[in-house]
Design a protein. Sequence first.
Length: 151
Amino acid sequence: MKRRSIPVLALFLALSAAAVLLLSRGAADKRRGLVFPPAAKAPGMVAMKGAYSKNGYSADLGLWFPRQGGRVSGLIEGACRGTVDGRYSREGGLSGQAVGSCRFLFADIHAQASIEGSVDPALETGVADFTATALGQTLRGTVRLSPAANR
């Protein structure tokens, strides 16, 4: 019985150490904040941001797009990192795809997501609903968007 308990204890300690590393990495990313590229600051562009958190993990979403509608670009930073590409219509529709990776234990796991949402006509608030998949698992969530102050 003692021989079986040693590998189980070692596995538990390794998983605990990995969880601490993951959580501390997410905290460091959160402190740094989302930094928008120069393209987001161009005249006629709108930058919006939001955050998602679940089970101690968090990620920030930053989107920028033309005020009159067109291509959406974006970044995801935090426990997962990636890029967003999509469309924004003047009527307020928002859609796109995100690709990136999430750190789990000592490996980067490929993840992707589809995004559907809307932005109010005054460009003050928005909602981005997402469906993300990684390793055959699906996660659905919502990110509330607001104007990005740190553009």
